[in-house]
Design a protein around this ligand. Sequence first.
Ligand code: ATR
Length: 273
Amino acid sequence: TDCYAVFGQPISHSKSPRIHGFFAAQTGQDLSYTAQEVAPEHFTARVGDFFAAGGLGLNCTVPLKELAFDYAQVKTPRAERAKAVNTLKRLPDGAVLGDNTDGGGLVTDLLDNHHLTLAGQRILLLGAGGASRGILAPLLEQCPHSLRIANRTAAKAEQLAAEFADLGAVSGGGFADLAGQCFDLILNATSASLSGQLPPLPAGLLSPGGVCYDLAYGNQPTAFVRWGQAQGAAHSLDGLGMLIEQAAEAFRLWRGIHPDSAPLIALFDHERT
Ligand code: ATR
């Protein structure tokens, strides 16, 4: 059996084994996929052991994505941009390839699952940490005309914008700079949502008919999803679809076949209603 796994810490609540198990059954692929708790200080040794034992691919999640970036000998352009890797693949010559499927997963969810348009939209990205860095290149590819990054620490948003400025019209600043501005799509990539907190967002920030999207997700609507609903968003979405689509892209990288995510999204959605 071909072996795959996700490494992270904590990892016990990971949905990845279930997602990849579902995709394997759907596409008739014979593989195993396990979740393994790996501390950062053991990362390099554990990855080495995994591939030496014949493992074919790994997902790496918090807090290991930067270490996975350092580990990969070959990187996709979007991984180079993100400076983070969530998917490792052993190549036929033994080298390890690093990719980052997070941004692609987000864009697929927005465009294909939610049938949204990105081109020409005024987009606001909240947060300037690893989650934002991971999605900026695929986002700007779809929408190079107007992307604003807002962060609690304004300098970090400015720095991130400068780093991606060659890909499109992207600027950065603090939350206070948002007063009087209006956006068609607001993406939350702060870790605030996980603890039920919200960045200080001025009223009128979302255009009529605008869309909110929280990269986080949970069994209950997140604080940001509820904020979007309160602003009258046409859609206030969470990151379930992104989670499943980033897995689908990893699965395709490993197995050369793209699974159908729709039945899995429907199943997970059903389980939390
Ligand atoms: P991740 O990998 O999840 O992006 P990170 O790199 O630590 O984690 O980044 C966390 C992001 O959430 C940052 O943009 C952080 O803002 P700062 O750069 O100012 O620290 C943001 N964040 C965390 N808690 C927040 C809060 N309570 N309100 C607003 N922003 C918050």
